[in-house]
Ligand binder design. Sequence first.
Ligand code: ATP
Length: 322
Amino acid sequence: MENPAALALASWAAPLPLGIAYSGGADSTALLHAAASRWPGQVQALHVHHGLQPAADDFEVHCRATCEALGVPLHVGHVDARHAPGESPEDAARRARYVTLAAVARVHGLGDIALAQHADDQVETMLIALSRGAGLDGLAGMPRQMQRHGVNFHRPLLEVQAVALREWIAQSGAAHIDDPSNADLRYTRNRIRLQLLPALAATLPQFRETFARSARNAAKASRLLAEVAASDSAAAGSPPALEALRSLPRGRLANVLRHWLKREHDAVPSEAQLEQLLDQIEACSTRGHRIRLKVADGYVQREGDILRWYNARPPSQPAALR
Ligand SMILES: Nc1ncnc2c1ncn2[C@@H]1O[C@H](COP(=O)(O)OP(=O)(O)OP(=O)(O)O)[C@@H](O)[C@H]1O
């Protein structure tokens, strides 16, 4: 049986040299083997050592042995991911992993990193997004390519099914790690993978393809909304002028506010907060109308003709500025 990751890489004009995010797990093992034989001498493995996990040292030892056997250089970065209040430990570990992968890549002159997420990971990501009530951005799933922390991340296996990768691993006997935490049903992602995906497969056999199509549709719509937001935001200025905001229909106003808050302040308003902010802006027809609303971890406040964001409670305003 041919490595399905090799088939996926065959049609990819990858930027070289290429870093491979290699955990030692089945999927990134299949990707590393495929990449090492497709681009000999141009591939380097990047491994993140999760300091808090008891088995992390063993994982690193395993990765070293595999890379030596394949003749691929290995670079290891260390993280000690602690999660912020309100953030799940899984999200914190993922966030820290991307930062570390990028930092290690940059040190070794690599501008591109391939991750081994596949079609099943994409479906899991969409289901998690749905379970959190996500908007279009979340439903778009993971992009095939994104720029973050100064490097390009690629996901060349997004169309490959997990079962194909696992079959190849089993048949080829390629050494890999079975991370026991992948079976821990306390994690939502594991429950989705182990309980929900088999049920989906039984009921909707084509779900991977149709979900992937929905993700692409959502991604297209999401890009369009970002373009509308960029043009409305350019017209409103930064910080945005109330008069320009008030000239927008409610849907576009919500769109531009969401993008302004996310892009410039990394703040995501709840549905109720956004509705309240829209109501306030629409009602704000006199100079004396005051706006001061809690949004995410900060505040949005009217200051004269503009709206301003504060990370913390804003100073009280002299009446002239309200
Ligand atoms: N510790 C790590 N070091 C380097 N890259 C990692 C690490 N953990 C995950 N990755 C990368 O991120 C991708 C997604 O992470 P995820 O946690 O879903 O993978 P995983 O369960 O470790 O599985 P696998 O290695 O089989 O892909 C992996 O496919 C891999 O490319």
